[in-house]
Design a protein around this ligand. Structure first.
Ligand code: ADP
Ligand code: MG
Length: 940
């Protein structure tokens, strides 16, 4: 009976008793999504010429290098393909694009999440068309606004309930303040009222969106109250200008607009300090504000001679939402419960290089800056990508430009980031487009933290609906109370009335009727008492119910808090799980890496082992060789040792034999002398006995002896065989054969000196021959020496014709020997001009000689003897003069030939060199001192 009414009353009077709970912490998030990059190709313009872009699939486009351009200039192929999340061809409508690209962002905004959407491309590629659109073909911006208002329209808070706090936060004003502000605004009438229909809007943007295409977000939280704020800024030359600032524009003498600065709020979000935020209540109003900004921008650009394609325009849609109070009637007066999300729509400046627009002067500087900001955007994306892909922690240079600094939250914090790359397919743009494509492809590799779901506030859901239902019911009841429709009392009232005692008849027929009125009074008093009782009952019941409900509410609240706690814990657990998953991923990656490394190391080890084996093999073979060589060497040593000992023995024997021979010879000499002495004695005694002067008799043996004649042909008698090397063998006549008697030997020796002296042959006359007086011991000795050596046939290697050996017969001379009488020989005296003049007594001088300094055939033809005086420096510093003598023969061919027969060696101290002091020890067996001191030795 009393069920419905008390509820309403209860809820109506429950204001201000909402249990508070601390604002939920933003749960941190580990999930990331890549930046969504979409590509839109606009249709070719009428005078755009050829097309260089082809959409080959829903995700890939292909660029064709125009013919004029070198295909492989940068190692690029003639065709390059680029893939994106989605590619939109020329026929794509604005609505289709919105569905895919901006709708999810608008949806996120409504659900309390941030989003960033920007268009990128060369000037004229359709960025502004994509973002703003044209009448009838509204772009992403009006469509987003439309969707937002379609979704939150009925749940919007009254104007000025939400109020920006100028620090990027949002406050909730109480009803009264909000009302006062509303009244103030209306009185000022500075802001036009929200148009009630699309028809009243500026025709420039009235038909941006076809009503059929209107869309709405799902699952809008109806228990929240919303408010939309928009701001519109322009970044030009790295300065931020507020396009919605109310400062009156002086059209005649424009003041340069004041630039704004960027600040960071307490949540580390970037915002433009002091930027106008206009609260808008409908798409039309929002778009009108946007249009106002556009107009202002256009005017400023014209007045300041700026190019709009060189500036970035940023339109920010901020959505404030706060839960309704428990009654579902008003916004909860709690700043902490206000959630602000924002969608940033950016129409970037043209990405082309400066040269393209042939900017000059200050324009160039602007262009430079703009390009610089796009370059910074590029660098930021690159660094982000590198950090994310390589796990590095390089600083991202957001602060280098205003645009990137403003975007910092999105890349560093959380939110959805989407980019539409616009492409004009004309060939003129080919190179620029290629750069755009590369940047766009790279951007896709950057990941941004996924925005988390907004925590649900602690109130029961469906408050708004209940409140509405209550209000409807109330108004219905009030209507009912307003009076019976057909004179009939409402049924409930009837019931209540029936529970009262019936009223007595109250008709007064008699003026003196004293009963009817007191009876009526009594009855009414009774009714009044009943009514009071009923009211009391009702109040009691209501209070009971109220307390019961309060208990229930309290229970519910604690349960909800509990659930919230559990949720928090669940979130933490989730976070932990996520962390662990990440850790596992990391470890897996690491283990894979290590496996790979192990693999490589294994391979390297194998290679090294193979190397080692090969080297060992080589070492072994070398060892082998070495051993072989060592053993060879040893064998050689042994052999050499044997040879040396053999040779030693042989020489010992030889020396002994020579000593014996010498001894024998000496004995023989002694014996001869003795014999002579005996003979002398005999003669003396004979003369004493026989005074006849007679010639001394020689022993018969001596007489019989054929005197050894000096002959060109030595005796064929075999020489005593001495085991001497060929060079050391004595001349055939130098020593007697074993068959000769010692006496004959001696006589031959005695005869020889005078004979040779007389004949003057074979040696030419020289200093010695001129020496007067009897032969001294020196000359004797020399003679002896000569006798031993002179017969050795000298055979110079280059002139000798036949081998002349003492054992062989005389040399067979095919040449004719020049006939000459003895003593009438003619000599060629060949003295090379390089010879040193020696001032010595013992000068070789030849009579009847033709002196030449170089051998000449003419001279040789006239002569039959040849002598070369050859000087050379001996090792001991002396000048060695060699007299090389020979006989001249006529050859069969008619030329001349010389056969050398003799070499005389003369040594003299170098007259040019330092004087030499000799010590006795230096005097060797062949270096006997000469009396004149000039010649140290003479050898023939
Ligand atoms: P941007 O902003 O990149 O410099 P705009 O958006 O101003 O380029 O586009 C240049 C011209 O091309 C405009 O006249 C626009 O109407 C037209 N245009 C761009 N994209 C399209 C498209 N997808 N369909 C039809 N016309 C387009
Ligand atoms: Mg543009």
């Amino acid at each position: 009976m009393f069920t419905l009414l008390p509820f309403h009353i209860f809820f109506n009077y429950r204001k201000g008793k909402t249990p508070r709970r601390p604002p939920p912490k933003k749960p941190s998030n580990n999930q990331k999504d890549p930046v969504g990059v979409y590509c839109r190709v606009r249709p070719l313009g009428a005078e755009d010429g050829e097309c260089c872009v082809e959409v080959i699939s829903s995700t890939t486009i292909q660029l064709h290098a125009p013919d004029g351009l070198k295909a492989n200039r940068n190692g690029e192929f003639k065709e390059t393909q680029y893939s994106f999340k989605k590619v939109f061809g020329i026929k794509t409508t604005q609505c289709e694009l919105f569905e895919d690209v901006a709708k999810p962002l608008a949806d996120d905004l409504i659900h309390g999440k941030n989003g960033l959407l920007f268009t990128y491309g060369v000037t004229g590629s359709g960025k502004t068309y994509t973002m703003t659109g044209s009448p009838g073909q509204g772009g992403l911006l009006p469509r987003s606004l439309d969707m937002i208002f379609n979704s939150i329209g009925p749940f919007q808070a009254k104007r000025f309930v939400f109020k920006p706090d100028d620090k990027n936060g949002m406050e909730v004003q109480n009803q009264v303040d909000a009302l006062l502000e509303r009244q103030k605004r209306e009185s000022q009438q500075s802001v036009p009222k929200t148009p009630s229909s699309r028809q009243r809007v500026d025709p420039e943007f009235a038909d941006m969106i076809n009503p059929d295409e209107a869309c709405k977000a799902d699952d809008v939280d109806e228990d929240s109250s919303y408010s939309v704020f928009v701001s519109y800024i322009e970044i030009y030359n790295n300065y931020i200008y507020d396009l919605l600032e109310e400062a009156p524009m002086d059209l005649i003498k424009p003041k340069p607009p004041q630039s704004k600065i960027l600040r960071e709020d307490q949540n580390h979000n970037m915002y433009v300090a002091g930027c106008t935020e206009v609260e808008v209540k409908s798409t039309e109003e929002a778009f009108e504000v946007f249009w106002r900004g556009q107009k202002k921008r256009r005017i400023a650009n014209t007045q300041l001679n700026r190019e709009s394609s060189r500036s970035h325009s940023v339109f920010i849609i901020k959505l404030a939402q706060a839960p309704l109070d428990a009654d579902g009637d008003n916004v909860l007066q709690d700043k902490n419960q206000v959630n602000v999300s924002q969608l940033c729509l950016v129409d970037l400046a043209g990405s082309e290089r400066t040269s393209r627009t042939r900017a000059e002067g200050s324009r160039l500087r602007e262009a430079g800056n703009i390009n610089q900001s796009l370059m910074t955007l590029r660098t930021c994306i690159e660094v982000l990508r590198e950090n994310q892909m390589c796990g590095t922690n390089k600083m991202v240079p957001y602060r280098d430009s205003k645009v990137t600094h403003l975007f910092k939250n999105y890349f560093d914090g959380e939110g959805k980031v989407r980019m539409v790359v616009c492409v004009n397919p004309k060939t003129d743009d080919y190179e620029e487009t290629m750069l755009v494509m590369r940047f766009a492809e790279m951007t896709q590799e950057v990941e941004v933290a996924r925005p988390v779901d907004r925590p649900i506030c602690g109130f029961a859901a469906g408050r708004r609906q209940r409140n509405q239902a209550f209000k409807e019911e109330l108004s219905r009841r009030l209507e009912e109370r307003g009076g019976p429709v057909d004179g009939e009392p409402p049924a409930a009232l009837n019931q209540l009335l029936q529970s009262f005692p019936p009223l007595p008849a109250s008709e007064l027929s008699d003026p003196n009727d004293d009963h009817t009125i007191p009876r009526l009074i009594e009855a009414l008093e009774k009714r009044h008492r009943i009514r009071q009782m009923v009211t009391e009952d009702y109040n009691k019941a209501a209070n009971m119910l109220k307390s019961m409900l309060q208990d229930l509410d309290g229970n519910l609240m604690s349960k909800e808090n509990f659930i919230q706690d559990q949720r928090g814990r669940l979130g933490e657990k989730d976070k932990m799980i996520q962390n662990q998953k990440n850790e596992i991923d990391r470890l897996e990656k690491k283990s894979k890496m290590l496996e790979y490394k192990i693999d490589i190391l294994q391979k390297t080890t194998n290679i090294y082992e193979e190397d080692k084996r090969a080297l060992q093999h080589e070492l072994e073979s070398r060892d082998h060789r070495l051993q072989r060589e060592v053993s060879e060497k040893k064998r050689m040593e042994v052999r050499m040792h044997g040879l040396v000992t053999d040779e030693k023995l042989r020489w010992q024997k030889e020396c002994e034999r020579r000593v014996n021979a010498k001894e024998l010879e000496m004995q023989n000499k002694l014996w001869v002398k003795d014999e002579k002495l005996k003979q002398l004695k005999a003669i003396v005694t004979e003369s004493k006995t026989d005074s006849r002067p007679d010639q001394p008799q020689r022993p018969s043996r001596e007489k019989d002896r054929v005197p050894a004649k000096r002959s060109a042909s030595p005796s064929p008698v075999p020489a005593p065989v001495w085991p001497l090397p060929q060079a050391l063998r004595p001349a055939p006549l130098s020593l007697s054969t074993s068959s000769m008697s010692v006496a004959s030997c001696i006589s031959e020796w005695e005869q020889r000196v005078p004979q040779t002296d007389r004949q003057g042959s074979p040696s030419p006359p020289h200093g010695r021959s001129r020496a007067q007086g009897p032969p001294s011991s020196l000359s004797r000795r020399r003679g002896r020496c000569w006798a031993r050596d002179c017969e050795v046939p000298v055979q110079p290697a280059d002139v000798g014709l036949e081998e002349v050996g003492y054992r062989t017969g005389p040399p067979v001379r095919p040449m004719h020997r020049r006939s000459h009488s003895a003593g009438a020989e003619r000599w060629v005296d060949h003295k090379p001009s390089t010879n040193v003049e020696l001032d010595t007594v013992m000068q070789p001088s030849v009579a009847n000689a033709i002196k030449v300094s170089a051998p000449s055939e003419k001279a040789l033809a006239k002569c039959d003897k040849y002598m070369l005086t050859h000087q050379e420096m001996a090792s001991d510093g002396e000048i060695q003069t060699k007299l090389i003598k020979g006989e001249v023969f006529k050859t069969r061919g008619g030329g001349q030939s010389v056969q050398f027969t003799d070499i005389e060696t003369l040594k003299q101290e170098n007259p040019l060199g330092p004087s030499r002091k000799r010590t006795s020890s230096e005097t060797g067996p062949n270096q006997e001192e000469c009396k004149d001191g000039s010649w140290t030795d003479v050898e023939t």
